[in-house]
Design a protein around this ligand. Structure first.
Ligand SMILES: [Zn+2]
Length: 209
């Protein structure tokens, strides 16, 4: 593998990170994004504790999916295990996004991320699949990585809410994963506002469905 490969893929990854940061989906250091390499058994991921405004394609880490080892670049995000386990579970997934998108987390806590409420929207129906969730687990742990990838092994699911933490979304491409993050946040915003206006009822039972 020579230095200049996957340039297009890495540029898309860096752009996705900036877009998520500028939309307020992540803070300067939080959140992470990965994309499968053209060497299919590898993925590129954002490095640990990086400033999203100044990230370049040279800063990304390349990780081997079989061994879990870093092949190239900076030390990967502390959440790389979540990405790794998802790529191991799903060979049709080519991008993984982890955000701290606020309205989605609020809607989840309020029990608003329900299929019947989300599917009231044509956008959600068209672009989102199942939204699953996992309990509060230590960030960076294998327990969290296994729990999230287990939920996403079910092919109807496209996103997992990590209780007390944030969201993991997958896509066949980085654009698909980004679009899902945005649609989910827009729908969550809609539902939270409808609940505040008293149009829909807040039900404390958490989760989707
Ligand atoms: Zn996080």
């Amino acid at each position: 593998m020579e230095r200049g490969f996957d340039v297009g893929i890495r540029i898309k990854l860096v752009n996705a990170v900036r877009r998520l940061y500028l939309r307020g989906f992540n803070s300067t250091f939080s959140g992470n994004v990965s994309v499968r390499s053209s060497y299919k058994n590898h993925f590129w991921i954002t490095p640990r504790a990086y400033d999203k405004a100044s990230l370049t394609i040279e800063d990304l880490s390349l990780v081997d999916i079989t061994t879990g080892n870093r092949i190239m670049g900076a030390e990967p995000s502390s959440e790389y295990k979540v990405h790794l386990e998802i790529y191991r579970a799903r060979d049709d997934v080519n991008a993984v996004i982890h955000t701290h998108q606020v309205y989605t987390m609020v809607a989840y806590k309020a029990g608003l991320l329900k299929r019947e409420l989300l599917e009231d929207s044509y956008e959600a129906k068209a672009y989102l699949g199942g939204i699953s969730h996992v309990p509060r687990l230590e960030p960076g742990s294998w327990d969290l990585a296994k729990a999230v990838s287990q939920q996403l092994a079910d092919k109807k699911n496209v996103a997992v809410i990590m209780d007390g933490h944030g969201v993991v979304l997958i896509g066949g491409s980085i654009d698909e994963a980004l679009n899902r993050a945005e649609i989910l946040e827009m729908e969550a915003m809609r539902l939270v506002n409808l609940a505040l206006l008293g149009v829909i009822r807040i039900d404390r039972a958490q989760g989707w469905g």
